[in-house]
Design a protein around this ligand. Structure first.
Ligand code: AP5
Ligand code: MG
Length: 216
C-alpha cells in the first residue's frame, strides 16, 4: 500500500521546488501532473494535443484525462513507496476520483503552502525553465550560474507560456474557484495541514520536514 502525501497551493507557491527537496532528502517518489502534461505536449501525444491550449490559457485540463494519467502512474509504484503528488487533485471531482483508489493508495497527509499574492506573482514572473532538461530557475532568487543557459545541461532557459501576467491572473483565479474547495474536502477527512510558504526555500523546507516526519 503506497502512502500518498499531497502538496497543494497556488501557482508559484513553491510546490515543485519543495517537492524536489522532499523527494531527494526524504526518499519520496515525486509525481507532478503539470510536468507530465508538459511532457505530453513536448512529445505531441493525443493528451498533449488536447492539453496544450488549455494549459497555455491558464485553465484546467479535464478531470477524466488527469484521472487516467494519475491512475496509470500510481499503478507503477511499489506497495512500500512513499508518493508525493504535486498539483493533483485540483478540483473536488479529482479528490473524489483519487479517493476511489484509496484502498491501494490512501492519502495520509495534505499540505497547503500558503503564500501571499505579491510573492506568488514575483516568483512566477521571474521563473525560467530549461528547455532541455526542465530544471527550474528564478532570475532573482535562484539564477543559473550560466546566465541565460542551464547550469546543468547548457540548454536555453525560457519563460513558461503560462507565466506571463495575463495568464498568471487566470491561473490565480482558477485556483481560488476550483482548487481551494479541495482543501475543505481534506479538512473534513482530518488529514489537512497549512504551512507558511513565505520565506526562503530552506526555511520552508524545514517547516515541511518537521510535519512530514510525523508520518513515519
Ligand atoms: P503546474 O505545473 O502544476 O503549475 P502550477 O500549479 O500553476 O504551479 P507552478 O508549477 O507554476 O508553481 P509551483 O508551486 O510548482 O512553484 P515552483 O516551485 O515552480 O500546472 C500547470 C498547468 O497544468 C495548470 O495550469 C493546468 O492547466 C495543468 N494541470 C496540472 N495539474 C492539473 C490537474 N490536476 N488538473 C487539471 N489541470 C492540471 O516555484 C515558482 C518559482 O518561484 C520558481 O522560479 C522558483 O525558483 C521560485 N521559488 C520557489 N520557492 C521560492 C522561495 N521560497 N523563495 C523565492 N523563490 C522561490
Ligand atoms: Mg510546479
Amino acid at each position: 500500500m503506497s502512502v500518498i502525501l499531497i502538496l497543494t497551493g497556488a501557482p508559484g507557491a513553491g510546490k515543485g521546488t519543495q517537492a524536489d527537496l522532499i523527494a531527494h532528502r526524504l526518499g519520496f517518489k515525486k509525481f507532478s501532473t503539470g510536468d507530465v502534461l508538459r511532457k505530453h505536449i513536448k512529445m505531441g501525444t493525443e493528451i498533449g494535443k488536447k492539453a496544450e491550449t488549455i494549459i497555455v490559457g491558464g485553465n484546467l485540463v479535464p478531470d477524466d484525462i488527469l484521472f487516467t494519467i494519475v491512475k496509470n502512474e500510481l499503478d507503477l509504484y511499489k506497495p512500500d513507496d512513499k508518493v508525493l503528488l504535486d498539483g493533483y487533485p485540483r478540483t473536488v471531482k479529482q479528490a473524489y476520483d483519487l479517493q476511489s483508489l484509496s484502498q491501494n493508495h490512501p492519502v495520509k497527509m495534505v499540505i497547503q503552502l500558503d503564500v501571499n499574492k505579491q510573492n506568488l506573482t514575483e516568483r512566477l514572473s521571474g521563473r525560467r525553465v530549461c528547455s532541455q532538461c526542465g530544471k527550474s530557475f528564478h532570475i532573482k532568487f535562484n539564477p543559473s550560474n550560466k546566465g541565460e543557459s542551464c547550469d546543468v545541461c547548457g540548454g536555453l532557459l525560457e519563460q513558461r507560456a503560462d507565466d506571463y501576467p495575463d495568464k498568471i491572473a487566470v491561473r490565480l483565479s482558477v485556483y481560488e474557484n476550483e482548487t481551494k474547495p479541495v482543501i475543505d474536502f481534506y479538512k473534513n477527512q482530518g488529514v489537512f495541514t497549512l504551512i507558511d510558504g513565505n520565506g526562503t526555500t530552506e526555511q520552508i523546507y524545514k517547516r515541511l520536514e518537521s510535519i512530514i516526519k510525523t508520518l513515519y
